[in-house]
Design a protein around this ligand. Structure first.
Ligand code: PLP
Length: 393
C-alpha cells in the first residue's frame, strides 16, 4: 500500500461544502479583501460603487442560473439554514398547517417542530418509499384549508434521491399553497428553473454546488410572495435612510445589515464558472461519475447502497452501509488508510434514517461528489471499499 503521506486528498464531502473551488473564486475573495474593502450599497466612492456592481453581478448570475429575469427576487442570506428559516418563519402563522416530508434536513424539521410546539401550527410529515422518494399524491392528500406551506427538499442529502418537485409544484399552485423548495443538494448540479417547477420560495446555500465560500446562501422569492413573507430581521439597508420603517422593495426588505461581500464576491465567481460550463454538461458528467460509483459499489459483497440505483434519479450523494461495521469506523478507516474524506452518521436527517432503517446503526457512510471529482478518485474509492468490506484492512 502507498504510504499515507504520498496519497492525494480525495474530498468526497461536497454535500457539506464544496472543495476545491475554481481559482476565480479564491481570486475574487482575495481581490475584494485587499483592493476593495468597502460595504455594499452604502457610499458613492469608487471602490464602494465597484462593490455594489460586484454584488449586483453575483445576484444576476444566481438569477440566471435559476431561470429568473428580475434579479431583485434573489435575496442573499448566511447559508441554506438561514434561507429556510427566513422562509418558514416568514410565512407560517399561528393556526396554519404545513406539509413537509420525512426526508428533510433538520434545517426544515427543526423550525417546523419549534412552530408546532410553540405557535399552534400543525405539521404533516409525509412518508417516503424504500429509495427515499416521496409520493406527490401523499402531499396532495394532506392539504387542508389551513395549509399555508409545503416545505420539501429537491434532492436528499442522505440518499441523493431527486424528489418529484415539478408534480408537487403543480399541485401547490393549483391548490394555492406556497411551495418552499430546499435546493441545497441540487442547485449548481443540474438545470433548475423555478418557473418550470412552480416554486414560490427557493432556499439554497451558496457554498455547496454553487462553489461560493462558507457563509453564503440565497432565497428566491416569487413575485407577489413578498406580501405573505415577513422579514425575520429589520435594520439598515443603505436605502430609505430617512425612514425608520423597513423598506418594502426587494431585495432590501430581506437584507438588513451589511452583506457578506467577500463571500458574495466568491459566490459570483463560482456561479460564473458554472454558467460558463453549462448546467446540462455539468449534470451529464455528475450522472456519469455517480453511475460509475453506484455500479462499483453494487458489486461489493456485504455493502448496502441506499437510494435509487440509477444516477438519473439522483444527485451525486451516495450513502452506504457495510455489514458488521459502524459507519464512523468506515469513514475513519477511509481517511486514515486512504485519505478519502467522507461523512458518517445521520447527516442532520434523523427521520430519513428512521425511514431507511439506518437510524439504530448510527446512520450511513456518505460519499458526495463535487465539480472536480475525477474518475480515478471514484475508482480508488471503490477499490478501498472492496478492501474494507473484505476485511483486508
Ligand atoms: C438538504 C439540506 N438542507 C439544508 C442544508 C443546510 O445548509 P447550510 O449548511 O448552508 O445551512 C443542508 C446542508 O447540509 C442540506 O443538505
Amino acid at each position: 500500500m502507498q504510504p499515507m503521506h504520498d496519497r492525494p486528498r480525495i474530498y468526497l464531502d461536497n454535500a457539506a461544502t464544496s472543495w476545491p473551488k475554481p481559482p476565480a473564486v479564491y481570486e475574487a475573495v482575495d481581490r475584494y479583501q485587499r483592493e476593495l474593502g468597502a460595504a455594499a450599497g452604502r457610499a458613492a466612492y469608487r471602490e464602494a460603487a465597484e462593490v455594489e456592481r460586484l454584488v449586483a453581478d453575483a445576484r444576476r448570475g444566481v438569477a440566471r442560473l435559476i431561470g429568473v429575469e428580475d434579479s431583485s427576487r434573489v435575496v442573499f442570506t448566511l447559508n441554506g439554514t438561514d434561507s429556510l428559516n427566513s422562509a418558514i418563519h416568514g410565512v407560517v402563522r399561528p393556526g396554519d398547517h404545513v406539509i413537509t416530508t420525512v426526508v428533510e434536513h433538520n434545517s426544515v424539521l427543526r423550525p417546523l417542530r419549534y412552530l408546532e410546539e410553540t405557535c399552534d401550527v400543525k405539521v404533516t410529515r409525509v412518508p417516503c418509499d424504500a429509495a427515499g422518494v416521496v409520493d406527490p399524491r401523499d402531499i396532495e392528500a394532506a392539504i387542508t384549508p389551513q395549509t399555508s406551506l409545503i416545505a420539501m427538499l429537491h434532492a436528499s442529502n442522505v440518499t441523493g434521491a431527486l424528489q418529484p418537485a415539478a408534480e408537487v409544484g403543480r399541485i401547490a399552485r393549483e391548490r394555492d399553497v406556497l411551495l418552499l423548495l430546499d435546493a441545497a443538494q441540487s442547485i449548481g448540479h443540474l438545470p433548475l428553473s423555478v418557473d418550470e417547477l412552480n416554486v414560490d420560495l427557493l432556499a439554497a446555500p451558496g457554498h455547496k454546488g454553487l462553489l461560493g465560500p462558507l457563509g453564503t446562501g440565497l432565497l428566491y422569492v416569487r413575485p407577489g410572495v413578498e406580501n405573505r413573507l415577513t422579514p425575520l430581521r429589520q435594520g439598515g439597508t443603505g436605502t430609505n435612510s430617512e425612514d425608520d420603517v423597513q423598506p418594502l422593495r426587494l431585495p432590501q426588505k430581506y437584507e438588513s445589515g451589511n452583506l457578506n461581500v467577500p463571500g458574495i464576491a466568491g459566490l459570483g465567481a463560482g456561479v460564473t464558472h458554472l454558467l460558463g460550463k453549462g448546467l446540462d454538461e455539468i449534470r451529464q458528467r455528475d450522472e456519469q461519475l455517480t453511475q460509475r460509483l453506484l455500479d462499483g459499489l453494487a458489486a461489493i459483497e456485504g455493502l448496502t447502497l441506499h437510494g435509487p440505483a440509477q444516477a438519473a434519479a439522483r444527485v451525486g450523494v451516495v450513502s452506504i452501509s457495510i455489514a458488521g461495521y459502524d459507519p464512523q469506523e468506515v469513514s475513519a478507516t477511509l481517511d486514515a488508510a486512504y485519505r478519502i474524506q467522507t461523512r458518517s452518521g445521520l447527516h442532520c436527517a434523523p427521520r430519513m434514517h428512521r425511514a431507511l432503517g439506518t437510524f439504530e446503526a448510527g446512520g450511513t457512510v456518505r460519499f458526495s461528489l463535487g465539480h472536480f471529482t475525477t474518475e480515478q478518485e471514484i475508482d480508488t474509492t471503490i477499490a478501498a471499499l472492496q478492501e474494507i468490506a473484505a476485511a483486508e484492512i
